[in-house]
Design a protein around this ligand. Structure first.
Ligand code: PGA
Length: 236
């Protein structure tokens, strides 16, 4: 985790991850980027945070738009494209699979183990470990999602997203005190980045940032609106 010491204060790199899930078409993607990137360009203090490595913004669109997203983000420091999932297979006769090999150079991050993949697509700990290995082999940083301490965290994972299932898309964001307790139950190394996801909005995000309970957020619903997402990022 990146730290900058300035006088008496320690500043931590904060992560804001916009997970669009299976939402938005090409036109909607371009409009979102027009609005959000315009806000970023015109915000001097946000620009400064990005330039000084105090902030990372990670955008996770549907996969067909990743190349376009990468092109739009080229001029921005610390704003990155991320894929929502990738294949456990490396290459070959696996029609429809999206491999780390094919994504190398196009994305910097991959969400792996989202609870929607675990529940709807029956993804197991063993399969997720293979996906993490594949991402690492092709220099893609996994953002590994866990529902609680019972989910196995594969070796070498640096970014953990804690997402309690009952909080995802429900409007019932987890109490920051419970998030803090869950973080200690996960027994993470101090070098790991810990983000929270589950009904994060501009109205509740500050509660988690207050005493550095989290290093950032994985945001679903509220990230679909570029202004709402920007309002959350501004809290960094
Ligand atoms: P939500 O989704 O913010 O809509 O609850 C978070 C997620 O599933 O990553």
């Amino acid at each position: 985790m990146f730290r900058v010491t300035c006088y008496m204060f320690v500043y931590y790199m904060k992560y804001f991850i916009a997970n669009w899930k299976a939402n938005k078409n090409y036109y909607e993607t371009s409009v979102w980027l027009d609005v959000f990137l315009d806000k970023v360009k015109n915000d001097k203090s946000l620009q400064k945070s990005l330039q000084n490595n105090l902030l990372k913004i990670i955008i996770v669109p549907p996969s067909p738009f990743l190349i376009y997203l990468g092109q739009r983000l080229k001029e921005f420091k610390n704003i990155y494209p991320c894929v929502q999932d990738l294949s456990m297979f490396e290459s070959g006769s696996y029609t429809g699979e999206l491999t780390a090999q094919s994504l190398q150079g196009l994305v910097d991050y991959a969400i792996i183990g989202h609870s929607e993949r675990r529940s709807t697509f029956n993804e197991t700990d063993a399969l997720l470990e293979d996906k993490v290995k594949m991402a690492q082999k092709y220099h893609i940083e996994p953002i590994f999602c866990v529902r609680d301490e019972k989910d196995t965290i594969p070796n070498g994972v640096n970014i953990i997203a804690y997402e309690p299932v009952y909080s995802i898309g429900s409007g019932n964001n987890e109490d920051p005190i419970n998030v803090k307790e869950q973080k200690s139950r996960l027994n993470l190394s101090s070098k790991m980045t810990f983000v929270y996801g589950g009904s994060v909005t501009k109205d509740n995000a500050q509660n988690y940032l207050a005493d550095n309970v989290v290093d950032g957020f994985l945001i679903g619903g509220a990230s679909l609106d570029p202004i709402h997402f920007y309002d959350i990022v501004k809290l960094a």
